[in-house]
Design a protein around this ligand. Structure first.
Ligand code: NAP
Length: 281
């Protein structure tokens, strides 16, 4: 037998303060839900839109109605491709909590079109949110993350990238070249942050999802032949589900993920590797 310290808390987030960008729906909302269910004390969610059926307010209401949670969700509207708004967000968290344990940079933008048709503005929007904004979030939140981390229990930064940052998923009619480039940059940004911030008791890792039904992905899922066809093409015969994101996020942010730094984890059923086909022989 070996002495495993606090094994019963291995996948818990009790007492943690988290901030999730793009937390009002999709993968960000799955993450916020998981953090609260795992015991987090406070989960800040941010997005641009406060009201309406896709806004932060309805998400906060649903999160705070989760059964048996100890903590709470707080919504702060902010555009995280804008430096001034990121500084305002940091100030909000500093005033309310004075520290931040978990930063999930999840908000992202995409663009699909023929190579010839992509306007320059689409590249600006993608790179500003998916790369420049993520760098700024890490830079401006670093002091609050440092205030929370210890050698034994570091603070965590998780960048939500995409398997599009590893392979070349879509060219042609609905090409996503600059999105793919921005996600590759996010992978390398995480590796750089891991080395820069590791000594300050902050780890950085990347989660790279494959297809999960969401507002961002549904249009492309339809263009590529629909849910059934994409289910069938995947080695696990299905697309991603909320629990798949919840599990990897809790793992990376809990004591179980303490010593993981500078890695990327694809959450895609193995799809990113599957250039081969099942043989009919
Ligand atoms: N779903 C997939 O299949 C998939 C696959 C690979 C990677 N990803 C990545 O996963 C992340 C989340 O995607 P999702 O599918 O969950 O998308 P989603 O359902 O469309 O949600 C996007 C979230 O980001 C927010 N957001 C967008 N622009 C923002 C900005 N400038 N500032 C602050 N918040 C902003 C949105 O709220 P507002 O519009 O109100 O701002 C919303 O909360 C993205 O980085 C995406 O690239 C998704």
């Amino acid at each position: 037998m070996s002495e495993l310290r606090n094994f019963d808390r291995m996948f818990r987030l009790d007492g943690k303060v988290a901030l999730i960008t793009g937390g009002s729906r999709g993968l960000g909302l799955h993450t916020a839900t998981a953090f609260l269910l795992a015991g987090a004390k406070k989960v800040f969610i941010t997005a641009r839109q406060a009201g309406g059926p896709q806004g932060i307010d309805q998400a906060v209401e649903k999160l705070n109605a989760l059964p048996r949670i100890q903590g709470s969700a707080v919504g702060v509207a902010a555009n995280v491709s804008n430096e001034g708004e990121i500084v305002r967000l940091v100030e909000h968290v500093r005033k309310e909590e004075g520290k931040l344990d978990l930063l999930v940079a999840n908000a992202g933008a995409t663009w699909g079109s023929k190579f010839e048709d992509a306007p320059d503005q689409s590249s600006v929007k993608i790179l500003d949110l998916n790369v420049r904004g993520v760098f700024l979030l890490a830079q401006k939140f670093a002091p609050l993350l440092e205030a929370a981390g210890t050698r034994q229990d570091p603070s965590r930064i998780i960048l939500v990238s995409s398997t599009a940052g590893i392979n070349v998923p879509h060219v042609g009619e609905s090409g996503t070249i600059m999105y793919s480039v921005s996600k590759a940059a996010a992978h390398h940004l995480a590796r750089n942050l891991a080395i820069e911030l590791g000594p300050r008791n902050i780890t950085t890792n990347t989660v790279a999802p494959g297809f999960f039904p969401s507002k961002l992905a549904n249009g492309l899922i339809e263009k590529l032949g629909g849910r059934e066809e994409l289910d069938d093409a995947n080695p696990r015969k299905r697309l991603g589900e909320p629990e798949d994101i919840a599990g990897v996020m809790v793992y990376l942010c809990s004591p179980a993920g303490n010593y993981i730094n500078g890695n990327d984890i694809s959450v895609d059923g193995g799809m990113v590797l599957s250039s081969g086909r099942y043989s009919k022989l």
